[in-house]
Structure formats: C-alpha cells, structure tokens
Design a protein around this ligand. Structure first.
Ligand SMILES: Cc1cc2nc3c(=O)[nH]c(=O)nc-3n(C[C@H](O)[C@H](O)[C@H](O)COP(=O)(O)OP(=O)(O)OC[C@H]3O[C@@H](n4cnc5c(N)ncnc54)[C@H](O)[C@@H]3O)c2cc1C
Length: 489
C-alpha cells in the first residue's frame, strides 16, 4: 500500500498535536480553492490553503481561460449580444446532458451575471471584443467567443445562439502552457491574499480528520516527507481537481479515457473523492469526461469528418469538444478529416500562429483512390462525398446541418488527415454537493464540516461539456463552498 492508498479517516482523538490550524482549511490552490479562499476570507474567517505543488495555479493557471457565463453579462452586452437567463438555461440543459442537473443549471444561470461582476471586482480584466473565428481559444486578447457550439446544430435550434466563453485579457499567450487562465488565477490569488488568506505549499492532503460525532475537523497530509495534521475549526473545502490521472479510478469509472489524460495536471489523482468516499460521500457522473480532438477547428470546418465506415457523424462546425466526445464514445475513437487541397491551404493560412495543424496522411487525385488507400469499404467514402457535395452545391447539409458558410463541395486533390486515437480529456464526475458546496453523504445529508468544489465535485456537466464550464462552476461553487465553510461550526 502506498501512502496515498490509505484514505481512512483519522480519529481526532488520535491527533496529539496540530501542525497548522485555521477556521477554514482549503485543499488545493487552483480555481475552486482560490475562489473559496476569497469568499471565506472576506467573511473575516481565518483561511489556510494547502497546496501540493510549490505554487498556486493548478490546471487553471494553464487553462485557455474560458469561463462559461451568460444571461446578459456586461461583456456580452458590450459586445452587442442579447442573452437571458432562460436562454442560457435552455442551452445548458441540453448541452450538459444527458443527466444534467437542472436545479444546479438554473442556479448557476441565475447567478451568472453577478459572478462575472465579481470576477471583474477581483481585478480580472476582460476586453470587450468578440472573436468570431473557429478555434479552441482566441490567440489574441479578445474577451468573448462561442465555446460550446451554441451557434451550430443542434443547439442553434434549441436556444438563441449567444457566445458565453468569457476570457480574461492576456497578450502573448502560449496555448496549453501560459494562457488566460493564468491571469484569472493571478487575480483570484491576489484578491484572496489581500483578504487575508494564508497558504502553505508542498502539502499533499491525504486523509480527513473526523471527530466522534462524524464532523470533519481537519486533514492529514505530508509536507517535505513528514506527516502533518491541520486543524479546521469550521470547515474543510476539498478543491484538488479531477481524477484524470488516477489510473485505477479511470479504469473503474471512465475507461474510455484511460491512457489519454489531457487538459489536467498530474496532481488530479482523485484523492479528494477517495477521502470523502471513505466517509460515505455520494458520487455523480463518474463516467463523464471532457474530450478534446487534437486538430485545429479551422481545419475541421473546411472538411468533412468521417468514421471507420466512411460516413459523416457530426457537423464539423460544432464545438470541437463535442466532436471529441462523439468520436471517442460513439465512433470507437476513429475519425478521418477529408479535406481538399484548396481548403487545407486556406485553413493553414488562417492559423496564426500555427497550432495543431494536421497534415494529410494520404493525398490522392480522386475520392475513389483515397478510399482505396485508406482501406475503407468500396463506395463508402465515395457515396458520402457525392451526397455531401450535391447538397453543398445547393447550400444545404440535410444530414448534419453544418452551417451554409462552411459548405463547399470537396474537390481534388483530396487528402485525409488520420485522427484515429487523437483525443484526450479529463474526468467531470466527482462528489455530490449541495448548491452551497456541502459534500453529501450517499444518504443525502451533508457531511458536517466537509465542502467541495471544482472538478473534485460533480458540477454542471453530466455527459456533455462546453469550454469554460470548469473554470465557471469551479469559481462559482468554490465561492459558495468558501462562504458555507466559513459559516459552519
Ligand atoms: C491546457 C488546459 C486548458 C484548459 N482550458 C480550460 C478553459 O479554457 N476553461 C475551463 O473551464 N477549463 C479549462 N481547463 C480545465 C480546467 O483548468 C480545470 O478543469 C479546472 O482548473 C479545475 O479546477 P479545480 O480547482 O478543480 O482544479 P485545479 O485548478 O487544477 O486546482 C487543483 C489544485 O489542487 C492541487 N492538489 C491536487 N491534489 C492535492 C492534494 N492531495 N493536496 C493538496 N493540493 C492538491 C493541485 O496541485 C492544484 O493546484 C483547461 C485545462 C488545461 C490544462
């Protein structure tokens, strides 16, 4: 047994001395932990954040920085978009499902405008500019972008299309390393520190300390190879991220994503879930995952995506994360982007700086030849391309409803970009919590003294996802958890 395998609760009576103490103890200094720290400290509570690594940030500081907000935020208005709470609810109930928690979605949408204002009040800068190009994130410092396929089928038939990906302003981004998530974190941590929150680094929280009445009164972990025990006079907030890097948990709950963690950090090892499970905590959506497909959307929209049977299965102009999910889960992780020479060149030109540029594996003078080279069944790809081209000539896509602006018959030479095994992602499931961030026992009652937020908890996303949901619900419910923990005890 390794030292992290033991998640059994530590009886408070066995604690001889506390190494640190505070009113509110927060495990993890990523987005949920920082938001919790701000709000708990603002109530006047003494707040201590324990972080495994040597610095604050977590996955959030590497993130593209989308924060999913709407209902008529000041930024949406400044960019000329009309949104409403009901419109946002209609989109999220569909896009986050099946299995979306409609009560949580309604609560989140209701508080979304105020949450944006809160972020601005914490100093997070947003530039009132809309980025209209397909992409994973704006490479410039624009503040608003579609981040969930709101303007493509089927969502454009369910709710009025409005962009809700709010992105903090940052120049000189390096996608996947230092992007707008860093700016978000810098301001949240700065605000927490100014409000009086303290932090200790290199502390890996491993177990919960529990009183005889079942109340969580602290945590135990390791710091510089030594055991440390930390007392929480009012409450403990678990904010340590997902379980994307816990192979056993992934194998047990979300095996399709096994071996392909992405958009997460190694510290996302599921420890919070396991510690709380040891106290009887309930879980939800453990099989749900975000899934990215590793190609630039500028290429996707200009081609057609086909599966191993040479058939299209998704509108190529939708949210690329939805394409990733449908590819991994419904197409056995097999996809090929069929793109002609002109479209490929145009896509490459539009990518600046060049990011995930996929190069064709096969290039042929005809679709028939390409089909043979790729080893697809005779006529499968030819029929697909013929049907697509005939409809595209008419400006239609009756099969999958790609928008007319991207419909152009596939010409020659024609290539195929091999996207087999080109997906990765992180887990979305976790602890069940109340809207105030209380961790709920499998029986439904709150576990006294225990709170959670961020990807350690089940949030807005069930099966579906949109970019910005994690920084969105992590910061939104992190705040709630921080306030509730400060008021507990
Ligand atoms: C490249 C990239 C791009 C992304 N883009 C977006 C985006 O645009 N929008 C979006 O919504 N999401 C995005 N994500 C995902 C998002 O960053 C995470 O899902 C989100 O940060 C989760 O919030 P969290 O607070 O739960 O975890 P984190 O922000 O990762 O914070 C968890 C913290 O807990 C610490 N920790 C872990 N275990 C322990 C322990 N046992 N004891 C103490 N500390 C511990 C970690 O070191 C970490 O600092 C992206 C992620 C990456 C990597």
């Amino acid at each position: 047994m390794t030292d992290t395998d033991d998640v059994s609760p530590v009886p408070a009576a066995e604690v001889a001395a506390w190494d640190y103490e505070s009113d509110v103890v927060i495990a993890g200094y990523g987005v949920a932990g920082a938001a919790a720290a701000v709000e708990a400290a603002r109530t006047g509570a003494d707040v201590l954040v324990l972080e495994w690594t040597g610095s604050w940030g977590g996955a959030a500081a590497m993130a593209g920085g989308f924060i999913y907000l709407g209902g008529g935020t000041a930024l949406q208005k400044a960019c000329g978009f009309d949104d409403s709470v009901d419109n946002m609810v209609a989109y999220l109930n569909s896009a986050m499902g099946p299995g979306a928690d409609e009560t949580r979605i309604a609560d989140y949408c209701q508080g979304s405008v105020a949450h944006f204002d809160w972020l601005v009040d914490c100093g997070v800068p947003f530039r009132a500019a809309f980025y209209s190009e397909p992409g994973w994130e704006p490479m410039g410092d624009e503040g608003l972008m579609y981040s969930g396929g709101e303007n493509s089928f089927p969502f454009n038939t369910i709710a009025s299309p409005v962009p809700r990906g709010h992105i903090p302003q940052m120049s000189d981004k390096k996608q996947g390393e230092a992007s707008a998530g860093f700016i978000l974190m810098k301001h949240l941590v700065g605000t927490a520190t100014a409000a009086g929150a303290r932090s200790v680094y290199d502390v890996r929280v491993q177990r919960l300390v529990v009183d005889t009445d079942g109340r969580v009164v602290g945590v135990r972990g390791r710091q510089y190879g030594k055991e440390v025990t930390i007392r929480a006079r009012r409450g403990v907030v678990l904010a340590t991220g997902s379980f994307a890097y816990n192979e056993k948990m992934v194998a047990a709950h979300a095996p399709r994503i096994a071996g392909r963690p992405a958009a997460s950090v190694e510290q996302h090892d599921g420890q919070a879930v396991r510690m709380a499970q040891a106290l009887g905590a309930g879980l939800a959506h453990m099989d749900a995952t975000e899934v990215a497909i590793f190609i630039d959307p500028q290429q996707l929209v200009r081609g057609i995506l086909v599966n191993g049977r040479g058939q299209r299965y998704v509108a190529e102009d939708t949210y690329p994360g939805r394409i990733g999910q449908l590819t991994l889960y419904h197409q056995d992780n097999t996809a090929y982007l069929i793109i002609d020479g002109d479209a490929h060149e145009e896509a490459v030109k539009s990518l600046s700086p060049m990011l995930m540029v996929g190069q064709p594996t096969w290039v042929c003078d005809s679709v028939a030849e390409l089909e043979r080279e790729m080893g697809l069944a005779p006529d499968s790809l030819q029929n697909t391309v013929a049907a697509y081209n005939a409809a595209a000539e008419r400006g239609e896509d009756p099969l999958l409803h790609k928008k007319a602006e991207w419909l152009r018959p596939i010409g020659t030479p024609v290539g195929a970009i091999d996207l087999r095994e080109s997906t990765g992602g992180f887990t979305l499931g976790g602890l069940t919590t109340s809207l105030d961030g209380e961790v709920l026992h499998v029986g439904g009652a709150p576990i006294p003294g225990l709170f959670a937020a961020g990807r350690s908890a089940a949030g807005l996303a069930a099966w579906g996802y949109s970019s910005g949901i994690s920084l969105g619900d992590g910061s939104f419910y992190g705040r709630r958890a921080g306030r509730a923990a400060a008021a507990a005890g």
